[in-house]
Design a protein around this ligand. Structure first.
Ligand SMILES: [Zn+2]
Length: 87
């Protein structure tokens, strides 16, 4: 599990903008990311633990990867929708 920092996620989002993988929502906090070129598919999970944000991807990367960068956009939109519903 990797902690999401502003710097690490900005790099990952920048890389995701170039590679443009396909993101599919499996459920809230769980996303499927597919590389359009290779067809490789990875699962990304998001966690929130005592105010800190964490992510996990099943690819080989040992830091915040572009799969996480690609899915965080969908995650933020969903998280906002969920928080609006509970208000
Ligand atoms: Zn990854």
């Amino acid at each position: 599990m990797l902690e999401i920092t502003k710097e690490s996620i900005e790099k990952a989002i920048a890389k995701a903008r170039i590679t443009k993988p396909k993101v599919k929502v499996i459920q809230f906090r769980l996303y499927s990311v597919t590389n359009k070129t290779t067809g490789a598919n990875y699962e990304v999970k998001f966690y929130k633990i005592s105010g800190k944000k964490f992510a996990e991807c099943d690819c080989k990367a040992t830091k915040i990867c572009y799969h996480i960068g690609a899915s965080i956009g969908a995650h933020i939109v969903l998280a906002e929708q969920m928080s609006r519903q509970t208000v």
